[in-house]
Design a protein around this ligand. Structure first.
Ligand SMILES: Cc1ncc(COP(=O)(O)O)c(C=O)c1O
Length: 460
């Protein structure tokens, strides 16, 4: 393998911790049996290698509620879960809905509709505010983003977009064109034309040097870009970056107004953070705006079916003569039944309210627990979108963050590290308070362990 510079490694780490780090190898040597190592080796022989996936960390044999289990029988609270587990893994309501259809109605052939697809779409549009009334389903988030980009082009007659550096919208070529992460874009060749990028509202890495809190200079710059270009079709962004990076209250209002003024659509990607994770069903409800298009995915199929949805405002129902999202499983009845059951669980178990309430008390709790540790730079969160930023002013934050993560894994908690130094936590919204407490006790113990042990290298 070619040797990588510190900058290369930093850019590789924007979305999640990487699979080529010495800390991972140390963890694997100490924790995995010969049988697991055999599986990992076989996996690495048959799958294409790619960052953040293959070669793998470990091998799983089960997932249930807030827990995953590895093949050696160790159980981990899963605060990663690829953000598919708003209602936990294998919720009986969803598996029941799936099982009830499997034997008699497993697929809906093109040109036909079915009751499950209609009920699911109607439920989504009922939950969506304003005139977000029109739905298209897709088999994954990136495909739904692609549909949104096509719809914006068709509806506005403009192809240019403005999106944010460091953002992620999926791994397909159209999604990485608007995405802003080097790990997906680098060496990919020519991407879609007209995709302009601008800095996100992240004061800790802000080229406008706004200081410790966002001055909204980045939002004003989007208006400047819209004005200068004059023919931008859409601004597309994650409402709140999953890291999390939480924009100031007026950020989206300012961009919404600028889009309206300059004839651009506002597309918000809520694929990992929708369905209540932030303490509102849609994260944009925190910011008092309504986008023209919102995209949901990840847990929409109950964490079982790959399923995403694009929901657009009524006035965007203008593409009847072209094919926006001609996906084979568009109205799959089993997927739609799983989706409807998921929405019902979220509603009946009051999971949005739960994420808001428990999320807020968790941030307080974490701030209190972690305040004695100089390694902890900041605790932030919105609902159950939670992050602990590690930083020690000695340049060891990336190494320390990884070691905290592996120490937590050893103790039974799984999560990812974003941007190299943010411990990123996504608990299921229906996790018990006891499990939550268990997780934060592990996080504290892991931080304490690394705080007290000498850090070998300076690499952040
Ligand atoms: C913000 C965001 N957008 C889009 C996607 C792509 O979704 P999928 O992996 O289902 O294509 C992801 C996936 O992680 C995401 O986090």
């Amino acid at each position: 393998m070619t040797s990588k510079t510190d900058l290369d490694l930093k850019l590789l780490r924007t979305e999640g911790d990487i699979n080529i780090s010495p800390n991972r190898q140390t963890w694997q040597v100490g924790h995995l049996s010969a049988e697991t190592k055999r599986m990992l080796a076989e996996d690495a022989e048959c799958f294409l290698h790619q960052s953040m996936s293959t070669p793998c960390l470990n091998a799983m044999k089960g997932a249930s509620g807030a827990w995953i289990e590895d093949v050696e029988g160790r159980r981990y609270l899963d605060f990663h879960g690829n953000n598919v587990h708003q209602i936990g893994f294998g919720h009986p309501r969803v598996t029941g809905a799936i099982k009830s259809l499997l034997d008699q109605f497993s697929f809906c052939t093109r040109r036909y509709t079915n009751e499950h697809a209609i009920r699911f779409a109607k439920k989504l549009t009922t939950l969506a505010p304003g005139d977000l009334n029109r739905v298209l389903f897709a088999p994954g988030g990136a495909s739904a983003i692609g549909i949104a980009l096509k719809l914006a082009r068709t509806a506005t007659g403009r192809f240019k977009t403005i999106s944010l550096w460091d953002s992620f919208h999926g791994a397909s070529l159209d999604a990485i064109s608007v995405g802003g992460e080097s790990v997906f874009r680098k060496n990919a060749g020519p991407l879609l034309p007209g995709c302009e990028h601008t800095p996100p509202p992240d004061p800790s890495h802000c080229p406008f040097r706004c200081g410790t809190s966002c001055s909204l200079a980045c939002a004003d710059y989007i208006e400047y870009m819209l004005e200068r270009e004059g023919d931008v079709g859409a601004v597309i962004a994650e409402t709140v970056r999953n890291v999390p990076v939480i924009p100031p209250p007026d950020y989206w209002k300012r961009i919404r107004a600028a889009c309206d003024k300059h004839g651009a659509l506002l597309i918000l990607d809520e694929i990992p953070i929708g369905l209540g994770r932030t303490g509102k069903f849609f994260a944009f409800e925190h910011f008092d705006v309504i986008p023209d298009i919102v995209v949901l995915g990840k847990g929409l199929g109950g964490g079982i079916f790959p399923l995403a949805a694009m929901i657009a405002r009524e006035h965007l129902n203008v593409a009847g003569e072209c094919s926006l999202g001609h996906y084979t499983h568009e109205k799959n009845p089993v997927a739609c039944a799983a989706g409807l059951a998921t929405l019902e669980v979220i509603e009946e178990e009051k999971l949005v309210e739960r994420a808001a309430k428990l999320g807020a008390s968790t941030v307080e709790d974490l701030r209190r627990r972690l305040s004695p540790y100089p390694l902890v730079r900041e605790v932030r969160g919105l609902g159950f979108l939670l992050g602990v930023e590690i930083g020690d002013n000695k340049g060891n934050a990336v190494d320390a963050s990884e070691r905290i993560m592996y120490s937590a894994l050893r103790r039974g908690l799984n999560f990812k590290v974003s941007k190299g130094n943010v411990l990123t936590f996504a608990p299921p919204l229906n996790i018990t308070e006891k499990e939550l407490d268990q997780a934060w006790t592990i996080v504290e113990a892991a931080i304490q362990e690394i705080q007290n042990s000498p850090v070998p290298s300076a690499n952040s």
